[in-house]
Design a protein around this ligand. Sequence first.
Ligand SMILES: [Zn+2]
Length: 666
Amino acid sequence: MNRPIPEPRKILRHYWGYEAFRPGQEEIIESVLQGRDTLALLATGGGKSLCYQIPALALGGLCIVVTPLIALMKDQVRALHRLGISAEALISGLTLEESEEILEKADTGQLQFLYLSPERLGNQDFLTRCRPWNLTLLAVDEAHCIAQWGHDFRPEYQRIGEFKASLSSPNLPNNKGLPTLALTASATPEVCNEICERLGMHRPVVFRQTFARPKLQYAWPQTHSKHKILEDSLATLRGKALVYTRSRSQSEQVALWLTKHGYPAQAYHAGLSPELRDLRQKSWMSHEFPIMVCTSAFGMGIDQPDVRLVFHWNVPESPEAYYQEAGRAGRDGGDGVCIMPWTLEDLKDAKDRIEEAFPPIERIHRVYQALGLWCNLAVGAGLDQRFDFDASAFCHRFDLPEKEVHHAMQILHRAELIRIQEELMLPARVRFVVSARRLYELRVQEPVLDPYIDILLRNYPGILDRGVRFDERALARQSGITAVSILQAIRRLEALQVLDFVPRSDKQGIVWITERLPLTHVHIPASAYTLLKEARLNRLQALESMMTLENPPGKVKDLHQDCRSQRLLHYFGETQSAPCGICDLCLENQALKGEFNGQEMQDFQNKIRPLLQEPTHVLELMRQLDPGPHQSAPSEIQRRTYALQWLVDQGIIQRQINDTLLWIKP
Ligand SMILES: [Zn+2]
């Protein structure tokens, strides 16, 4: 490389128009520019993509970006196009021609960024194809997915390491392999080590932004009155709220309950149609329905600045999951409240869910057999083939419970026998199947169809030669004709045998990664079952001990049990953090120590001052503080007792004989 490398700041200004980087970005970019393998832990919304985009633009050549989320890929590609940067995404659902077009751009050096899902890297043809490319950087997003014991392991991620190893390019400096930048939002120190090792990173530099979110207020009370706590926390809501639930049905229930009580809430989960999900997401973002009751399906790639409340209706399965979801609050740097009320049953429930996720091996075998029959495959056949999969029809046909099938398929996926293609959206396609001449005749014969044919020809230049993606809504927007009448015209053209139309499909699919095996050869490795289950149980236990403040058996007493934030940070390897001062434990601690500087102490004093103008017995005072039929929780009464003692110590009230109290300060 002889050309001078442009300065990152100049690139930032030139393309993005910003003058300065966000904290942490510049160091990461410098490290990548020096050709060092780099692992960066950046909070979501911390500007991860610039960390590879800027060095890739500076280095020239082609940057491969691996990411598991198709929606994010598309967003990124669109964003780069708007900046005039050439980028493409190789995703499933493209036609052969479309993939080929993208690959040709890469062949001829016209491409700066190629986004792809990790399974693509296992493809031998792809490997051969990309060897001559001028690859300068490999960026791996959501890098924690490579960690076997991580909370979001995806077996396809293992392909990245293999891909790197098989690429030995003489262009690369010092024979270290393709320089790699791994990015993730959350990873324990063990997971970081695993990422570096599995990606074959050479003496990696690790950048770790602190995980501390000083403006997030964690409160995890043990309580049975979740509804009450939810209502109380919504009463003061000024921005948006996310209420995380465990299941589709639960999200519907809670949303319904809130609606009945007059709150603008709606549910979001993977069981809704893509259109409905889109609609609800939009009305949440536009603040029309500021309360979203969702499953973990919501939030991937959501970066809304004014989420003020994240409420966990159920216990998530790991500290990682909790941190990620709670971290959606206060993205604008403002305050956020993260509430997770829990009961002992909730903890048991969370554990049961993990147990449930690992059906007995013989049940998994049964599902495997049924899948072979579903796809009509003989033993030894099926390698790399894709089949549509309809879970409910499958379960019905083979009389299998849906949950068990779901979990068994996850395990078969991890065992690298089959791959599940979730929510694969195959776009609608159209193609004219007559000659241009015949089409011209038709336009004259059927003038009603003429404007539609015209729109199709103008918007889809290749439509006479091959099937092209078709989106009636986009066409409707551009042409001012309604989507319905466009579809009617398409149907009419189809009936006239002028046009081929394949409607949009959002079927799930399965791909056989290994040919169908006889059952005696179906091996479920420990990494896909026993060890994995153990790792998940351990993570849940780590979260549990943060909640209950008990220490897991065999672990030394945790010194960080005074503060939720400290405990979370400690889990992520930050051992030197200070108490946050605002979580429920910190507040309780302050109450215990009498360190009431906040509103609470002021409120308490205002309340008791008029009551203690006469000498009043302490029990009578407590009774007057709880005038209704319900008594406050014992912890609350204890806090009051401590607070009273503090007020006595300060000489604000006086304790007289017979345990009566009197306000003495003027
Ligand atoms: Zn705290």
